[in-house]
Design a binder for this molecule. Structure first.
Ligand code: SF4
Length: 684
């Protein structure tokens, strides 16, 4: 389909926009996000950004790009432009982005109080002597003198020069996410200065204004200058919605582009549990009324209709996207070519954010190829056909089985997908019923929709299989994606020998609890898993009218949700729901209508009709064991391999299960690489 053939409904998304001296070809703007590879893995970074350019985004931005050692985030592999070596690394990315006809943007950043400086060991910079906000760093910033501010501005200028030298078309000044030095100066929460950089709003925004002017001066028309600015902060203490407005009123015409959002990062990247598509509209909507410069706004947009409405209504000029562009780097091309049904929608789970929190290469629940563009040469839309005719039997239609079946089918394999239940999706079927988890269903729905349209795929629902069935099936490849089942003995990390359950209390797995219409209360959920199932089941049962207590051995409820940026908001949510949370505690025993909870040496008895342990899952390996016992029959049955994948091999996240399915499907029949684990190394 040519540009002229774009569906008229979506034509508004494919008109060009002038950004200062450069022109963006359409309205799709891949905003900055970390990929967890940064300065340490420049080839991998370049390949990831290139994929978005190939997918049709008119602008492709880096992640946070540190300008110098005073904003060092070692441990999180950000982008860096500290020196000439970094310039050469960035040229890899800009060349690739340009090769696909997109503009390259760099989010130059100084994280101010958010910088860790654990590698550089220099003092963090701040408007005063303030606690550094980077987690677990018990240090304070040095209060910047005016001379320090001048030195910082000079350093930012040098980074701008390096960015232009690296080939960037758009250079950012960063003032967002509660982790940017100019934002810390702007905020009365942090800025208590009494000099020309403190006090009045004019004084507090002086640094931001100077940085924009410096960047424009260095750019001198060679590239556009953008500002990423949080117009509202949810953490309180500052009133950015009003001050955000005042900043845009004062500086609106200064840069070439405004990329606006809300702060802090956990709100800008709200999960689907807390915010829907377009959730930032009410906060950023005023910006375009106050500036003639193009405006980028985000809101986890995956629906072309929602995108068009934002452009046509004049809310924004660009549909900004980080997570949707991770889940599907080819959204623009799919819309342009009318393949709307092919869009792999972001589910708003923030598994991608968790990798940034860990400081490791990015991953995604929906898109298993993200982060593997260079290391494994995985392309989200292109798969290498299998070199010989293959028939595969995939047993189990959970996330791993669905992804394996789809990947194999796309490579030309004749696929039979058998599922013992009458529905497809496996764990997704019930997990997506948990409060806040509805978008998980997209993982199933996207894949089932694709599979049902393929002529080389047969799907058998309600079809339990045994080893005899498999041996008679005539498949060359057998993929066992038989999932895992929650244990009900309470064995878990804090209780390796299980829990003591006597009579008078019903013990249910979380999955069974959702199926049980007449469950006996009160309910105690024991969460030693620490992700969404424990609190999800608690919320589900509370909504059904039960008294629910959630007991967990860790200090926080659902502690892994820290990595998905949900932890603090989740605590409020559970409190609002009226769920009693007992932390740093274990169940000692459950019997005769009560559970005894041990909190250190203190024992407390709680009335309990049903206890739901959320601790460990047991991999369902029974079919593999049965097949292994009959290995000598495989050859006659035409079976070349039997492979256990996903939760059936090692229970984990849905993202891990999808990745396992993709890895099986993509690597089947492919020659082993000489280097089994390709990695980027420092050159000696
Ligand atoms: Fe979206 Fe989740 Fe993928 Fe992140 S990991 S892009 S939130 S689907």
């Amino acid at each position: 389909m040519t540009d002229e053939m774009v569906d008229s409904r979506y034509a508004a998304l494919f008109t060009p926009v002038k950004i200062g001296p450069v022109i963006a070809k359409n309205r799709f703007f891949a905003v900055a996000h970390s990929a967890g590879m940064g300065f340490a893995q420049p080839h991998a970074t370049a390949s990831l950004r290139a994929m978005k350019a190939e997918g049709g985004w008119s602008v492709v931005c880096t992640g946070v790009c540190e300008i110098d050692e005073t904003s060092d985030m070692m441990g999180h592999q950000n982008d860096r432009l500290w020196d000439e070596h970094d310039v050469a690394c960035h040229r890899l990315a800009t060349a690739e982005i340009h090769r696909h006809g997109a503009l390259a943007a760099v989010e130059l950043a100084h994280l101010g109080l958010g910088a860790r400086n654990l590698y550089s060991r220099v003092a963090a910079l701040g408007p005063g002597s303030l606690k550094c906000t980077s987690a677990y760093v018990p240090t304070q910033s040095m209060p910047m003198t005016v001379a320090d501010i001048q030195a910082f501005r000079a350093s930012h200028r040098r980074a701008v020069r390096r960015a232009i030298d690296a080939g960037y078309d758009i250079v950012y000044v960063y003032a967002a996410h509660d982790r940017a030095l100019p934002l810390h100066f702007l905020s009365t929460r942090y800025n208590k200065r009494t000099d020309e950089y403190g006090g009045s709003l004019e004084n507090r925004m002086r640094l931001l204004k100077e940085l924009i002017e410096d960047t424009l001066d260095e750019a001198a028309g060679r590239c556009a200058v953008a500002v990423r600015f949080a117009v509202h902060d949810f953490t309180g203490g500052i009133s950015l919605k009003e001050e955000g407005r005042a900043v845009i009123e004062a500086l609106g015409e200064l840069p070439d582009l405004w990329d606006v959002n809300v702060s802090p990062w956990s709100f800008d990247s709200s999960t689907a549990r807390f915010a829907e598509e377009g959730f930032q509209d009410d906060y950023i909507g005023f910006v375009k009324k106050l500036t003639s410069k193009p405006v980028v706004g985000v809101g986890r947009f995956t629906s072309p209709d929602a995108m068009v409405s934002r452009i046509k209504s004049g809310l924004v000029d660009f549909i900004g996207a980080a997570r949707p562009s991770i889940a599907d780097p080819f959204i623009p091309e799919k819309i342009r070519t009318g393949q709307i049904d092919e869009i792999r929608e972001c589910i708003g789970c923030n598994v991608c954010a968790s990798t940034e929190m860990y400081g490791v290469p990015i991953r995604c629940t929906q898109n298993p190829t993200i982060g593997e563009e260079w290391r494994k040469a995985w392309h989200p839309e292109k798969l290498k056909p299998v070199s010989k005719q293959e028939r595969a039997l995939v047993v189990g239609a959970g996330p791993a089985g669905l992804e394996a079946a789809l990947t194999l089918a796309r490579r030309g394999v004749e696929v039979s997908l058998v599922e013992r239940e009458s529905y497809l999706g496996g764990r997704i079927e019930w997990e997506s019923k948990l409060p806040g988890c509805q978008t998980l269903a997209r993982v199933r729905d996207y894949r089932v929709y694709q599979l049902e349209r393929m002529s080389n795929v047969q799907i058998y629902r309600g079809s339990p299989v045994e080893a005899d069935d498999i041996l008679q099936f005539g498949a060359h490849r057998v993929v066992l994606a038989s999932g895992a089942s929650w244990r009900t003995d309470g064995a878990g990390p804090g209780t390796p020998n299980g829990l003591s359950f006597g009579g008078g209390v019903t013990v249910l797995s979380p999955e069974a609890a959702l199926r049980e219409p007449a469950l006996t209360g009160p309910v105690v959920v024991y969460d030693d898993d620490h992700y969404y199932v424990g609190h999800g089941v608690a919320e589900w049962l509370k909504a059904k009218g039960h008294d629910v207590t959630l007991v967990t051995p860790l200090a926080d409820v659902s502690q892994w949700s820290y990595y998905t940026l949900e932890l603090r908001r989740l605590e409020e949510r559970l409190e609002d729901a009226g769920i009693v949370c007992v932390t740093k505690s274990k169940i000692k025993e459950a019997k005769d209508g009560s559970v005894v909870v041990a909190s250190g040496k203190r024992l407390t008895s709680l009335a309990c009709g049903t206890v739901i342990p959320v601790t460990l899952r047991e991999p369902n390996r029974r079919l593999l064991d049965a097949m292994e016992l009959r290995k000598d029959e495989w050859r006659d049955a035409g079976i070349e391999s039997v492979t256990l994948i996903g939760d059936a091999l090692a229970p984990g996240t849905v993202a891990a299960a999808v990745y396992a399915g993709a890895a099986y499907g993509r690597e089947l029949g492919e020659p082993q690489r000489a280097e089994s684990f390709l990695r980027e190394r420092a050159t000696l």
